[in-house]
Design a protein around this ligand. Structure first.
Ligand SMILES: [Zn+2]
Length: 315
């Protein structure tokens, strides 16, 4: 019972649960050093794999996370208690400096803070259940708004990061590709490196993939192959070279998955890279050029973040 793992697709969409006696030997830590995933192997079909996120010393315990470990400590502890019946005493839960910083309610108004946090988690859950096109977008935007307005939530503090990631998906469903891209960009540039500190964390890589895919789709929509509705934000006005931005993000991602010979995700990245290698390999995009192009997006990103503080106008 305590050792079932969520089975996910290569892009980390939940598919079901897995019970496996060997993987079940790995204990939970909110500061986990490995992840469990299902990979396709040829020959032999799918296999369950435990992958290290960072170097693990001989004799060091291999740990995985049974839950979303990016949430605050009291949320993690409650979830582990409810679902797995134990109190976590991992290094992250016991680290007082960490706990003081992001893991506890705001000391000046803990009750108000917890109420806002709960409301935002409820909006996130409601948005995930909402099957309409505009419903989830409104709920997620409102959740983001109440957290931002409180001024107690840095962009990476949960559930703000999850609300934004979910908003990316909902905006894609609503064909607001420019807006979806700007939120995915905020996650990629300002949030993911803090909540997933390992460079090769699989969720961080999937988010990077989403950024690359969105830049590409926005870029090709310029040629009118797709009939998009009126876009709330328009990144074409910023004059950034989207093809060069796409090239940098994709090549960078390809380097990160280079040694991953078996993962489905790595194979998908490689296939995409080879499809575009004609236009990318001869004229690679350097870091400097990437930062220059990225800088052009700043005006729009600032506008998106500023408008989150106000409810009603333009939303
Ligand atoms: Zn813990």
């Amino acid at each position: 019972l305590v050792n079932c793992f969520t089975l996910v697709s290569p892009c980390y969409d939940p598919l079901g649960i897995v019970l496996h006696p060997l993987a079940a030997l790995a204990n939970h830590s909110c500061d986990y050093n490995a992840v469990v995933r299902v990979e396709f192997h040829w020959p032999g079909g799918h296999r369950l794999k435990v992958r290290a996120l960072r170097p693990i010393a001989s004799g060091e315990e291999i740990t995985v996370s049974y839950i979303d470990a990016t949430t605050p400590r009291h949320v993690r502890q409650r979830e582990l208690q409810d679902r797995y019946f134990f109190t976590c005493e991992c290094s992250k839960c016991l680290d007082d400096t960490l706990v003081k910083k992001e893991d506890v309610p705001h000391p000046l108004d803990p009750e108000g803070h917890l109420a806002i946090e709960q409301r935002a988690f409820d909006l996130l859950a409601a948005a995930r259940k909402d099957t309409s096109i505009t419903g989830p977008v409104q709920k997620l935007k409102y959740g983001i708004h109440i957290l931002r307005k409180s001024k107690a939530w840095p962009l990476h503090r949960q559930p703000l990061a999850s609300l934004r990631q979910e908003l990316v998906v909902s905006l894609i469903a609503a064909s607001q590709l420019h807006h979806a891209f700007l939120h995915a960009w905020i996650q990629y540039r300002c949030v993911d490196q803090i909540i997933f500190p390992e460079r090769n964390h699989p969720i961080r890589l999937v988010h990077q993939w989403l950024v690359a895919a969105l830049i590409r789709r926005v870029d090709i929509s310029k040629y009118g192959r797709e009939d998009l509705p009126l876009q709330q934000y328009n990144i074409f006005n910023l004059q950034a070279n989207l093809h060069r931005l796409f090239g940098y993000v994709l090549c960078n991602l390809r380097r990160k998955v280079k040694d991953d010979n078996f993962g489905d995700f790595a194979a998908m990245v490689r296939r995409t890279y080879f499809r575009h290698s004609g236009s990318l390999a001869g004229n690679p995009v350097g870091r400097e050029e990437f930062l220059q192009e990225a800088d052009k997006l700043r005006v729009c990103v600032k506008r998106v973040l500023k408008e989150e503080l106000v409810w009603g106008d333009g939303s």
